[in-house]
Design a protein around this ligand. Structure first.
Ligand code: BG6
Length: 483
């Protein structure tokens, strides 16, 4: 049931990259689809830069026009008119008092409508200012409507740098807001095929009996980008590929691949099962880690000359439970590689007593391609068409572009922002989940930070260090034919 009343969306860090490239375009698409009715919704940008409403609108404008909007210029102008700008610092009262006044003005203007006022604060900011911004919101900007309503905050990764700092951040925010008010975004949870994982696993009889250590040999979750850290070297060097991609995005995907069936689709039931997976992961063995750094990474003037930060990593995780004992989960991510792709590859064991000698054709493999070109396909052995009784590897293929022609797949941020408005925390990371995720990677990250483990140089535009392929082979992965 949609809530009635007015909704204020406040984007903090409004002139920054994340807001311009992701938050405002996502809001725009929601607006175009009627999820942000102009007579209920007002959007506020807040940042330190002193600019006018129109200047902010002009900065955002060019990121809004895409092939997705049917009548771009008209829609864009109407949407931009919903945005007001307030400037102020992130740790002083004045700015937030002013912001509160502006939001209230809008709420009063809409007071002829029945219902409560809702305030959504989107922190498109570096985590170093989260505690002060949260304090300011708590003190000056909470929803004050007598008719109920709510105040929610959305935060982005990186949530800390290791277990200690993440827990400290969680405690600071936790003292100001209750867990149901905090939405920790991991945008991978908003991707269509990531959201499909639960349906795929628990609504299909096919998979139920096969999804375990008896049938699955290994699971690979891979992220590749064909560009480097250009323009973000300063940020990236402090974090590295494990914190940037593996500890959050790939680990979240792992949870959905490995978790048990939740009691129901209620967010708490789903998140309970995800936490159990994370808590069952064994400590990482250094022998099962390959780190890489692409040549040229240190040429970026914002990256220190002797940086030890990995831009590539392959890490094997073992889940110590009845379903997965002995099945390696290979998480692999890299920047400046030869392609851009994110996929899950579930590789099945060989057929016992094979009479076709089909092993040389490759194993059964179920691939879920998250991007680009969303697809799911099953690699299987079939008879080579023709007179001979020989086998060949082929695919059962569900490519979304062909199967769902004309259907627009929403952007991850669009979906997740809509969830925050609706109050659905299913696709957001709970505090204990975050803690368990940091527990897995913190010892390894500390060894890397202390220089005890060094990344292997690899050529930009390559597959990454050859040592990673060796690690995969050792883990049992058999290369299947390309598709
Ligand atoms: C972000 C990382 O979280 O995800 C970036 O900080 C990365 O380094 C990006 O490029 C990848 O997102 P997507 O949706 O393009 O796969």
């Amino acid at each position: 049931v949609p809530e009635i009343g007015c909704l204020s969306i406040i984007v903090l860090g409004a002139s920054g990259d994340l807001a311009k490239k992701k938050t405002f375009p996502a809001l725009f698409h929601l607006y175009c689809q009627g999820f942000l009715p102009p007579d209920e919704v007002h959007i506020f940008g807040y940042a330190r830069t002193k600019i006018s409403d129109d200047e902010l609108r002009n900065r955002i404008r060019r990121y809004l026009v895409s092939e997705r909007s049917a009548s771009p210029s008209e829609d864009v102008s109407k949407f931009l008119q919903l945005i007001k700008y307030v400037s102020g610092s992130y740790d002083a009262a004045e700015g937030f008092q002013l912001l509160d006044k502006e939001v209230e003005k809008h709420e009063i203007k809409k007071s002829s409508q029945e219902g409560s006022s809702r305030r959504l604060f989107y922190l498109a900011l570096p985590p170093s200012v989260y505690p002060s911004v949260c304090r300011m919101i708590r003190k000056y900007c909470m929803n004050k409507s007598d008719l109920g309503g709510w105040t929610r905050i959305v935060v982005e990764k990186p949530f800390g740098k290791d277990l200690g700092s993440a827990e400290e951040l969680s405690s600071q925010i936790g003292e100001l807001f209750d867990e149901p008010q905090i939405y920790r975004i991991d945008h991978y949870l908003g991707k269509e095929l990531v959201q499909n994982l639960l349906v795929l696993r628990f609504a299909n009889r096919f998979f139920l009996p096969l999804w375990n250590r008896d049938n699955i040999d290994n699971v690979q979750i891979v992220f590749r980008e064909d560009f480097g850290t250009e323009g973000r070297g300063g940020y990236f060097d402090e974090y590295g590929i494990i914190r940037d991609i593996i500890q959050n995005h790939l680990l979240q995907v792992l949870c959905l691949v490995a978790m048990e069936k939740p009691v129901s689709l209620k967010p708490e039931h789903i998140r309970d099962e995800k936490v159990k997976v994370l808590q069952s992961v064994l400590p990482i063995n250094d022998e099962e880690v390959v780190l890489g750094q692409y040549e040229g990474y240190r040429d970026d003037p914002t990256v220190p000359d002797h940086s030890n930060t990995p831009t590539f990593a392959a890490v094997i995780l073992h889940i110590h439970n009845e379903r997965w004992e002995g099945v390696p989960f290979i998480l692999k991510a890299g920047k400046a590689l030869n392609s851009r792709k994110a996929e899950i590859r579930v590789q099945f064991k060989d057929v016992p007593g094979d009479i076709f000698k089909s092993k040389k054709q490759g194993r059964n493999e179920f691939v879920i391609r998250l991007q680009p070109s969303e697809a799911m396909y099953m690699k299987l052995t079939v008879k080579q068409p023709g007179l001979e009784m020989s086998t060949v590897q082929s695919e059962l293929d569900l490519s979304y572009r062909q199967r769902y022609q004309g259907v627009t797949i929403p952007e991850a941020y669009e979906r997740l922002i809509l969830d925050t408005i609706r109050g659905d925390q299913q696709h957001f990371v709970r505090r204990d989940e975050l803690k368990a995720a940091w527990e897995i990677f913190t010892p390894l990250l500390h060894r890397i930070d202390n220089g005890e483990m060094k990344p292997i140089p690899y050529q930009a535009g390559s597959r990454g260090p050859a040592e990673a392929d060796e690690l995969l082979a050792k883990a049992g992965y058999v290369q299947t034919h390309g598709y």
